[in-house]
Ligand binder design. Structure first.
Ligand code: PEP
Ligand code: MG
Length: 751
């Protein structure tokens, strides 16, 4: 074991002395490489720094030939050093030359050295360089050595980031082009359009003191800051606007659990013990978490780690004595790498009008909250930090997933009009909510809404939906760190039914697994998660989970109608097995003499094509069918619904799809089984027109689309569209979109 790993505190002191000592930055850097090499018992220690254009240049070395300094250059991704920088992760190899990415640079004389350990030098999430140690002997560096070198790299970042060695503008790769308008692409995670001034999320506090003068003092500071921060979070949860239930509350409860996590606290204490200040220790542990976060394919774990990241930022702010709420000047668009749910709630809602994240997923807590709060959010916008300056004017188009930076006045005017128009339209749609959803020739079409959050339920009344056609129950499970207790499940379902009043609600049982990972189920990486162990497959393999959920639903719906359906049923026997479990639970209530719902309706989602070929037996058993075109279409066309390259490849308005739906609807009608369509397609007026033409009379759509679809229905002559579309069903066209559009135009259908 090297000296470095066993006595990090001593080494940090020595490094600190060198850094604070005399000489130019370059001289101090050279001295540092010598100290590190000695302590690491390594023959080589080198520092590569980032120059403009993602080039890594050797700046100082102990052990390699000195003439290579300022000469050896590697691109990001080139050689082992380039790989460390590109992935921003350590690389530990016993025999460097046998690594597939190894490149040999003659001027360095490195052929004599075999083992290689490289770690990124990171500051403010940017890779500033790479720190490498090498040994003649083939050896694998221990994980303690790797950790220790990462700690050293963090301290080095202080010197490197100071700007004396490389111009800071070069280090940011000269990417920020102030002045020029540009458009960046991301993924839309919460709809809507917003215009405002760019504000960088000040989650991160710059750590300026790295090496502890007195370890006990640092520990005391940490403890005090932890206590203050925990008290703030407790207060936040108790605030009246958060309420006692609903997902805001669940998310914050989970956040609170992390704030009190002993393991996290211990790791920070360990880093202080190793010689870091409280701030540096928090940052160090945060870096470790971030490494795990980047490396894990598990979306659930990533989300948990993102919460921890937010917590670390909050703790750093507390240590710096900064207030817990962020002050915004005017209408602001917040830019952040990622954000925890509590950080979002810290902002003044009146001034926060949009969010852009470099990371994020549509099921991340911040995205769920943003949707619930009506704040447009674009995620996966990786270029934003490099191209946007604080104070830039920005438009967030959450409908298209675009971020317009420094837009011209013309563009601003257009968007302003569009925002105004949307506002007016929304008001008009609200005013029309009581108008009957009836075609011109007097046929009623029921318009239900899809929901997944308690906060979605307010739209039921404000938009005049006929009920909830699909309540996705998985959100409650995804935002909670542990399996939601029976009582918590019951509470949520009862609250939903209470808000719905007389309007019907169809609950879909848990659709988790695949990319909707939850902590209480084993999560193995799957090649095709959408086609993997998910939904009903999990429910049937883990019937206790399903039974509990059914029990909670039955308890919640005492005296009322309970309508449930199962997701991803591929085979009629799966439906029968799930229904059997439901009926067993139903009978259990009777046996116990417990109160139960007045009526139980059990249906199925039809989102796997195979089920459509078993309708004869299926329709004898089900109370209703709900066609889920989101999943159905990806299996129908063998085309991944999340692959951007395939988004426009196949059209839902193709004769093949329309024939398929027509066939299902006809059979359901013949069997007198109600059929609903609850995929996103039904929320688009043109598609809804086609679906109604195919015989559908029940659509379940996202709340914001209810107004436009209702208006379309009220302008439609049903008999005509039916005749038209049925005649087109056997067309050889790739899509009927254009002809349906022309039809709508010719017949004054309000799209
Ligand atoms: C569907 O697949 O169409 C559906 C409604 O379910 P989800 O979008 O939740 O998978
Ligand atoms: Mg689905």
């Amino acid at each position: 074991m090297s000296d470095l790993a066993s006595r990090p505190r001593l080494l940090l002191r020595r490094l600190h002395q060198v850094m604070a000592g005399p000489g130019s930055a370059q001289e101090r850097l050279e001295r540092l490489t010598t100290v590190i090499a000695q302590n690491m018992v390594a023959e080589v220690c080198s520092v590569y720094l980032v120059r403009a254009g993602e080039i890594l240049e050797l700046f100082a070395t102990e052990g390699l030939k000195k003439e290579a300094v300022n000469k050896t250059r590697l691109r990001f991704g080139e050689g082992l050093v380039g790989l460390v920088a590109q992935r921003a992760l350590p690389l530990n190899v016993q025999e460097a030359s046998s690594h597939p990415r190894y490149v040999y640079r003659e001027e360095t004389g490195e052929e004599d050295y075999h083992s290689f350990l490289g770690v990124p030098i990171i500051r403010h999430d940017k890779v500033l360089g790479v720190l490498v140690v090498q040994n003649v002997k083939q050896r694998e560096y221990t994980s303690e050595e790797e950790e220790a070198l990462l700690t050293v790299a963090m301290v080095l970042a202080e010197l490197v980031g100071g700007g004396e060695l490389v111009d800071p503008a070069e280090m940011s790769n000269g990417l920020t082009q102030s002045g020029l308008p540009l458009s960046l692409k991301g993924q839309k995670m919460a709809d809507g359009i917003a215009m405002g001034i760019a504000v960088f999320h000040e989650g991160r506090v710059e750590v300026t003191r790295f090496v502890a003068e007195n370890v006990d003092d640092e520990k005391a500071r940490l403890l005090e800051a932890l206590n203050t921060m925990r008290a703030q979070i407790d207060k936040m949860i108790a605030a009246p606007e958060i309420g006692m239930a609903g997902e805001h509350h669940d998310i914050l409860e989970t956040f609170k659990m992390f704030a009190y996590d002993r393991g996290w606290q211990q790791r920070i204490f360990d880093s202080i013990e190793a010689g870091l200040t409280a701030e540096a220790a928090v940052e160090r542990v945060q870096q470790q978490n971030r490494r795990r976060m980047i490396a894990t394919p598990d979306p659930y774990l990533r989300e948990r780690l993102a919460d921890l990241d937010g917590l670390a930022n909050r703790l750093l702010r507390t240590l710096a004595g900064r207030s817990d709420s962020e002050v915004l000047e005017g209408q602001s668009i917040i830019f952040a790498r990622n954000m925890g749910p509590a950080e979002l709630l810290d902002y003044d809602r009146e001034k926060l009008c949009g969010i852009v994240l470099a990371e994020g997923t549509s099921t991340s807590h911040v995205a769920i909250l943003a949707r619930a709060m009506g704040i447009p959010l674009i995620g996966r916008c990786t270029d934003a930090a490099a191209h946007v300056n604080a104070g830039d004017k920005v438009i967030v188009d959450g409908d298209t997933g675009q971020v317009l930076v420094r837009p011209s006045d013309d563009i601003c005017d257009t968007y302003r009009e569009s925002i105004e128009l949307k506002r007016e339209q929304a008001a008009q749609f609200r005013a029309e909510r009581h108008l009957p959803t009836v075609t011109r020739d007097g046929v009623r079409v029921e318009l239900f809404m899809n929901a997944g959050l308690q906060s979605d339920m307010m739209h039921l009344e404000s938009l005049g939906a006929d009920g909830v056609g699909l309540f996705r129950t998985e959100f409650q499970f995804m935002v909670s760190a542990t399996l939601p207790r029976l009582e918590a499940q019951r509470e949520l379902y009862a609250a939903i039914l209470d808000i719905a009043g007389d309007k019907p609600v169809t609950f879909r049982t848990l659709d988790v697994g695949g990319d909707k990972a939850v902590p209480f189920l084993p999560h193995e990486e799957e090649e095709n998660p959408a086609m993997g162990w998910r939904a009903i497959r999990i429910a049937l393999d883990r019937p206790v989970l399903l039974r509990y959920q059914l029990r909670a639903l039955m308890m919640a719906a005492v005296g009322r109608t309970l309508s449930i359906m199962f997701p991803m049923v591929a085979d009629v026997s799966e439906f029968r097995a799930a229904r059997k479990i439901a009926l067993k639970e139903w009978n259990r209530f009777e046996k116990l003499g417990a109160e139960r719902p007045a009526k139980l309706e059990i249906g199925t989602m039809l989102e796997v094509p195979s089920l459509a070929w078993q309708l004869e037996p299926l329709l004898k058993d089900v109370d209703f069918v709900s066609i889920g075109t989101n999943d159905l279409m990806q299996f129908f066309f063998a085309s991944d619904r999340s692959n951007p390259r395939l988004i426009d490849r196949y059209d839902l308005l193709s004769p093949a799809v329309l024939n398929f739906i027509h066939m299902v609807v006809e059979k359901c009608d013949k069997a007198n089984v109600p059929v609903t369509l609850c995929g996103e397609m039904a929320g688009r007026p043109l598609e809804a027109m086609a679906l109604i033409g195919l015989g559908l009379r029940r659509l379940s759509i996202s709340p914001m689309t209810i107004g436009p679809v209702r208006r379309m229905i009220r302008s439609l002559d049903l008999q005509r569209i039916e005749d038209y579309i049925v005649a087109e069903l056997h067309s050889p066209a790739h899509s009927l979109r254009a002809s349906l559009y022309n039809y709508a135009y010719d017949h004054d259908v309000d799209l």
